[in-house]
Write a protein of this length. Structure first.
Length: 260
């Protein structure tokens, strides 16, 4: 439809990345498909972008680039800001991936029969009971949860540093990915450097109490260096490996690294 063979502008990559980087997923699609227009995008990229599939390919390349840059910029020594108890948001907002977005749909998990499964590249892949998890060394943090939807809230989470847990199971810390599969059917994955960050935590308590059902009982991943959707709740399986799994939101276009 747009049979353009012009040489792309030398600043094409920068223009597209800067324009799309700060936009949410839906707006980015509108940016590519409507606001810029297929003809303009063709001129910028030197590609014949004439349909949604081509637009998705462009967005995918932008997202892949963002992942690589964020991973390169990530520092295991840079800490998320921590706050005093007086700054805690009460009540803390509830949010989920399912509809309707209500705590009533959160899974009901029996603490007695619950088992955390360990799979993949780890020397010790025995299941963990809650009593065993609760006996691990405890650390606390008061950090800000930042949602991709635009809101944020400060909460207090307590549990074991994930790096300590990975050490105890003999995880291969040279593996690329850690994948979390949850009892509400949510899935996400993170990179190993982020998993080893000192503030990344398996959380069992929230605001001084046992982690409530609506906030992820019996266990959630707290990772204040990433956006909220990378903080899975109701974790039932942790897999260490080199195969990219993505996740529930990542498969529909959310940026995988999603660092802060």
């Amino acid at each position: 439809m747009f049979g353009v063979n012009k040489k792309p502008h030398p600043d094409t990559g920068v223009i597209l990345r800067e324009a799309a980087r700060g936009l949410d997923n839906t707006t980015r699609r509108m940016f590519v498909r409507r606001a810029v227009g297929l003809g303009t995008l063709t001129l910028l990229t030197g590609c014949d972008v004439t349909d949604g599939f081509s637009a998705e390919a462009v967005l995918s390349r932008i997202s892949d680039f963002n992942d690589r840059v964020q991973a390169w910029l990530f520092s295991p020594h840079r800490l998320a800001r921590e706050y005093p108890e007086s700054a805690i948001t009460r009540p803390f907002p509830f949010n989920s991936f399912y509809q309707p977005n209500t705590p009533d749909k959160a899974p009901v998990i029996d603490p007695v029969s619950y088992r955390l499964n360990i799979t993949g590249r780890a020397d010790r892949r025995d299941d963990w009971t809650l009593d065993q998890l609760y006996a691990l060394p405890r650390a606390a943090q008061i950090t800000r949860h930042i949602c991709i939807e635009g809101w944020s809230a400060i909460g207090k989470w307590s549990g074991v540093r994930f790096s300590e847990f990975l050490r105890r199971i003999g995880a291969d810390t040279h593996a690329k990915y850690v994948t979390f599969r949850c009892d509400d059917n949510y899935v996400t994955s993170i990179d190993m450097p982020s998993a080893l960050h000192p503030q990344t935590q398996l959380s069992f308590w929230f605001d001084g109490h046992l982690l409530p059902r609506e906030y992820g009982f019996p266990m959630k991943l707290r990772i204040p260096t990433k956006l909220g959707f990378k903080n899975p709740k109701h974790v039932g399986e942790i897999e260490i490996g080199n195969d990219y799994v993505g996740g529930t939101w990542e498969t529909v276009g959310y940026n995988w690294f999603s660092g802060l």
